[in-house]
Design a protein around this ligand. Structure first.
Ligand SMILES: [Fe+2]
Ligand SMILES: [Fe+2]
Length: 475
């Protein structure tokens, strides 16, 4: 069950051959997916041979095979983690009952909405990143971009499989709509706002994969607890791929910082203008990118008080991050949680029923996790002998969703006046000038082993290969 059948038109480990109706439906969707990929997937990548990993099993040891794949012949397919015998629901009102193998009628609409919302983010990020290959800083980075893109494509497959198999005709319609929405398009945008923002340059890409793919991790972890077993199993496998996306982000930003520090040492100054003149990205600009991507991403967790969040949990559709490791009753009816509110120019905490605060709980887990990488970035600066430190901004900064939406709070957590906000905002988020400067650095470097001047090479290549390996061959 854990090995994947690659002889099938759609590689899978779900016995698709035996479910002829489902197979037919997915084989009908497949050419539409490929049409979407050729229209909205990585620009100008056709016929490149890319050194990619492909899933060959869902066994945690050795699920991946590395080899050249000609774009767009990547074998997208359907892979679920093996079922756990006698799996029980372990939170919410159905705690202790057997996990569901079919969708309970009363939860159908909510489950479909959860799956569609998750599914929509996957092609959205591919669309957001589609032009980045044209300005890659190296073959190594180009290969990583394509790896992330094909896996996001596979995550779409994972959600479409669930829609087709368990939601009948509505599911098939949703599967089509997932190929029709477009990131940033006014008439038919992607569902969540962070997935309609542009990813204009590689610094934005690394920030996106660090912060926004990490949102993906937390959402998938919460869904991996679901009482609906097929959703739990498919999201578990998606998580193994998500880890790599966050690695691309964390190591990418780290290499940018490493290069910046190297330039600062050579110049003997951290003056942003001089750093820029030397072709590196100054640390304050990196901080502004962090401020933007962090604040946009934490909005993805939704309103801090949400009756939907309570319903999703109590009905068993979506658990908490690390649900199984928490020492409480996993029902949460008698518990409360403190959420942050702004009142009369002050931030204060308000106690609300835990169930209603579960978006905030997930957001706080995300924030705690995000800080780790930022601390590691600071180590790079510290090691180079500079005092500058990057921070994750306060969670009330630049919020558009929830009770903090529109609060005027500085990145260090002070409530400020409207005047001050207007005056200082440009210094906290990437300005058009910052964007223009970063864009001006984006050239295309494709000679094996060569790197653009604004980023350091990685310490190690992919799959233990040398850094100067020919990760992409152009045809
Ligand atoms: Fe994904
Ligand atoms: Fe991802």
């Amino acid at each position: 069950m854990s090995s994947i059948d690659y002889n099938e038109k759609i590689p899978n480990n779900v016995n698709l051959a035996e479910d002829r109706g489902l197979r037919r439906a997915l084989e009908h969707w497949q050419p539409n997916y490929l049409g979407w990929w050729s229209e909205m997937g990585p620009e100008g990548s056709r016929d490149f041979d890319v050194y990619l990993r492909t899933a060959i099993s869902v066994d945690p040891k050795g699920w991946a095979q590395f080899d050249y794949v000609r774009m767009p012949d990547y074998r997208w397919g359907i892979f679920l983690n093996p079922g756990q015998e006698d799996r029980r629901i372990h939170f919410g009102d159905h705690k202790g009952e057997p996990a569901w193998q079919e969708v309970p009628g009363e939860y159908r609409a909510n489950l479909r909405r959860i799956i569609v919302t998750q599914g929509d983010t996957e092609p959205a990020s591919v669309e957001q990143q589609r032009h980045l290959g044209l300005t890659c800083p190296s073959l190594y980075d180009l290969r990583n971009l394509f790896q992330v893109n094909v896996e996001e494509g596979r995550h779409l497959w994972a959600m479409v499989y669930l829609l087709h198999k368990y939601f009948g005709r509505d599911g098939r319609e949703e599967g089509e709509a997932l190929l029709e929405r477009r990131s940033g398009e006014e008439d038919n945008p992607r569902i969540l706002q962070a997935f309609n923002e542009r990813t204009p340059d590689w610094l934005a890409f690394f920030m996106f994969t660090y912060f926004t793919d990490r949102d993906g991790k937390f959402q998938l972890c919460a869904l991996a607890e679901s009482a609906f077993d097929p959703l739990a199993r498919t999201t578990r496998f998606m998580l193994t791929e998500e880890a790599h996306h966050m690695f691309v982000g964390e190591s990418g930003v780290s290499r940018v910082i490493q290069r910046t520090c190297q330039v600062m040492r050579e110049l003997g100054t951290d003056d942003p203008e001089r750093v820029r003149s030397a072709g590196a990205i100054d640390l304050p600009t990196i901080q502004r990118y962090i401020n933007f991507h962090f604040s946009v991403t934490i909005d993805l967790f939704g309103a801090d008080e949400s009756s939907n969040a309570a319903t999703f949990y109590s009905t068993g559709l979506k658990g908490r991050f690390g649900e199984g490791k928490r020492n409480d009753d996993h029902v949460l009816k008698d518990d409360s949680y403190r959420v942050l509110v702004e009142r009369d120019g002050n931030l204060s905490e308000k106690e609300v029923p835990m169930l209603n605060a579960l978006n905030e709980v997930l957001r706080d887990d995300f924030i705690a996790d995000s800080v780790g990488g930022v601390n590691r970035w600071n180590k790079v600066i510290e090691k180079a002998g500079f005092d500058y430190r990057l921070i994750v901004p306060h969670k009330a900064f630049n919020r558009k969703i929830g009770s903090l939406a529109g609060a005027r709070v500085s990145p260090d957590g002070h409530v400020i006046s409207g005047d001050e906000w207007d005056r200082r905002m440009a210094g906290w988020l990437p300005s058009p000038g910052d964007r223009e400067f970063v864009a001006s650095l984006m050239g295309r470097v494709v000679a094996p082993g060569k790197f653009a001047g604004w980023i350091a090479p990685p310490a190690m290549g992919v799959n233990r290969l040398p850094v100067d390996f020919e990760y992409v061959r152009f045809n």
